[in-house]
Design a protein around this ligand. Structure first.
Ligand code: ADP
Length: 611
């Protein structure tokens, strides 16, 4: 045996070691680990074939067929390893999405390349050259030249992948490629002078050992532990959302009574004016509490990735009108001038999540009112059109307390309220802007803040909305502003709620419109009243009731022949998306507790105002 055998034998030991190391360790099957598995197995087989090549030299006279077969198998190995390594280099250089698309094509091209190369290797001739009494022996001939040529093509592909991805070339995954290219060059020069010493397989083994440390081979145990930890975190998160939803429900129920009765007291003519001021404070405190509950719910929903964009067609004018009316209401008696500047040519119907845009604008407008003692607030809405997209640019400027420069970055952190010392009298949670920012991120919008401490602030929001050329919504109907409620005579409403105080609030609220009502505290009584053909014009249905829930009662009602009374879901469950849930169940409408006067006006006008 010549010195040539020394390299493959020692490489074989390394190769066996790396195969054992890799396959005895439990590993995750990824494209990378699979490719690596094939590579090291190919390398192992190649080394065995290479050792057999020495035998082939000795039997070349006695068994030329077997000898040639072994020599050609070695060439097959060379091309197979190089092809697998090229696929690996291509894989680490291609973004995952592209890889998914190209996977099938890649497999087909590689298979064709391999089959073509192998056929050519077997078809073309190979010569075994033995000199110096077996001291020098190597192969030559068209088959060998062809293998080198095809390997060269593969090396070009590898270099192309590297150059295309040159920015990431510092990634450790490219180390084996660099080593392979450099050592490969050295080996080729070396082999030119000592053709009988085969270095290539040795280099490939070295590269395989290196790759063991550079491929991504995630630890199964660690991943399992991470999965368990993630599951636990998900579970805790779900529990938190559920808790918040329940808490919201529990807080809203008594709040409904507080706000409802206070509103009724405010309308009572016998109550003296000074008491009315205190009632107004109670209502304001109730509204603030509601805002806090809603804020906490929203932020937890966003963080649990449960907040979704619900896009639909909407009237821009209606949205703008609502913002103006709402802000005027908030300013109330504050000595603030409210300037409104809305571009005339904004497309009338847009497509997007109108509710979320409203929430964003209301947050900024409410802040402007809250943090401005005197002067003015300016609401400007403009737009930029590009194809079918309308970029709304909404800015709110105020002459308020302003924000210190260093604090602007903290504005969007949740629960972070700036300048607490000066703002103690202003109600707030520090959630509004955090929610605003997150909603904008979800919609691909932006917010910019400019502020001078002591002088005022300007918040500018930009959001892209689709322009609707042929709207399906009716604009006239959408824009109708309801300021006066008219009820036709003799209307009777059935109220279903298990909470006595809530029943009383609803009764009294309806009474203030001159509407008669009948109350029941469970679903069964409601069903028997309808079955007994008692006449009602509307049903207000609470959902969370023991035994028979509002939804179940509603479904039973639907089964009664000839039942056609509109049913309104009246619930303290106010997670975003609840309204859509009830409408999808078939309820005619939805009213959240505490009952908002404006929303009740809308419902009454819609369902009790027809003769
Ligand atoms: P909050 O409920 O406290 O108003 P926000 O998240 O809406 O919470 O706002 C965070 C903080 O940013 C506020 O506490 C306030 O200090 C500051 N801020 C927001 N808007 C303005 C404004 N228009 N003028 C001055 N300060 C503002």
């Amino acid at each position: 045996m010549g010195t040539g055998i020394f390299f493959p034998v020692s490489a074989l030991l390394f190769s066996i070691l790396i195969v054992l190391l890799f396959f005895t360790k439990e590993h995750y099957k990824t494209v990378e680990t699979k490719l690596y598995g094939y590579l090291i197995i190919t390398n192992l087989i190649g080394l065995i074939v290479e050792i057999l090549c020495t035998v082939a030299a000795y039997i070349s006279k006695t068994n030329p067929f077997l000898s040639t077969l072994i020599l050609k198998l070695y060439l097959v190995y060379i091309i197979t390893w190089a092809l697998l390594f090229t696929i690996y280099v291509y894989y680490i250089s291609t973004p995952l999405e592209k890889m998914h698309k190209r996977a099938k094509m890649g497999i087909i091209v590689s298979t064709i390349f391999w089959l073509f190369s192998v056929s050519m290797i077997f078809v073309l001739p190979i010569n075994l050259i033995i000199e110096n009494n077996f001291q020098t022996r190597y192969t030559a001939g068209a088959s060998v030249d062809f293998t080198y040529m095809m390997s060269f093509v593969l090396v070009i592909i590898m270099v192309y992948c590297l150059l295309k991805n040159i920015k990431n070339s510092k990634n450790k995954k490219y180390i084996p490629l660099f080593v392979f290219l450099n050592l490969g060059l050295v080996a080729m020069i070396f082999q030119k002078f000592n053709p009988s010493i085969l270095l290539m397989t040795y280099i490939e083994t070295f590269v395989s050992v290196l790759m063991y440390h550079t491929i991504e081979n995630p630890d199964v145990k660690m991943i399992e532990q991470l999965n368990i930890a993630r599951e636990q975190a998900d579970k805790a998160n779900r529990a938190k959302t559920e808790f918040l939803s329940n808490m919201s429900h529990e807080i809203r129920t008594p709040l409904n009574a507080i706000v409802g009765f206070s509103n009724l007291l405010l309308e009572n003519k016998e109550i003296p004016d000074n008491a009315k001021d205190e009632i107004k404070d109670i209502i304001m405190a109730g509204d603030n509490l509601l805002e806090i509950v809603n804020g906490i719910l929203d932020i937890s929903k966003i963080e649990a990735n449960k907040m979704e964009i619900e896009a639909s067609e909407y009237s821009f004018k209606k949205l703008a009108n609502e913002l103006v009316t709402l802000t005027k209401g908030r300013i109330a008696e504050k000595p603030l001038e409210f300037k409104v500047n809305i571009a005339e040519d904004i497309p009338p119907v847009l497509y997007g999540d109108c509710q979320k845009i409203k929430q964003i604008c209301v947050n900024i407008l409410t802040n402007a009112v809250k943090y401005t003692k005197e002067g003015w607030i300016n609401l400007t809405i403009d737009h930029v059109k590009k194809n079918d997209i309308c970029r709304l640019i909404i800015s709110v400027e105020d002459t308020g307390i302003g924000i210190k420069e260093g604090n602007i970055d903290r504005l969007f952190d949740k629960f972070d309220r700036l300048d607490i010392v000066n703002n103690v009298t202003i109600e707030g949670t520090g959630l509004g802007l955090a929610i605003t920012k997150k909603l904008l991120d979800m919609m691909g919008g932006k917010i910019v803040v400019q502020s001078t401490f002591g002088k005022g602030s300007k918040f500018t929001v930009s959001i892209d909305q689709k322009i609707v050329e042929n709207p399906t919504i009716k604009l006239d109907e959408e824009e109708k502003v309801i300021d006066k409620v008219q009820v036709s005579d003799e209307k009777i409403v059935l109220i279903v709620d298990d909470n006595k105080i809530n029943l009383k609030v609803a009764e009294r609220l309806l009474d203030s419109y001159g509407i008669k009502s009948v109350s029941v505290d469970n679903g069964y009584d409601a069903l028997s009243k309808i079955k007994n053909k008692e006449k009602f014009d509307l049903i207000l249905m609470d959902d969370m009731m023991p035994k028979l829930s509002g939804t179940e009662t509603f479904q039973e009602l639907q089964k009664i022949e000839g039942f056609n009374i509109p049913v309104i879901a009246l619930t303290a469950n106010a997670l975003t998306g609840e309204k859509e849930k009830y409408l999808a169940l078939g309820f005619n409408d939805y009213l959240a507790k505490p009952i908002n006067k404006e929303e009740l006006n809308n419902i009454i006008n819609k369902y009790l105002n027809q003769e």
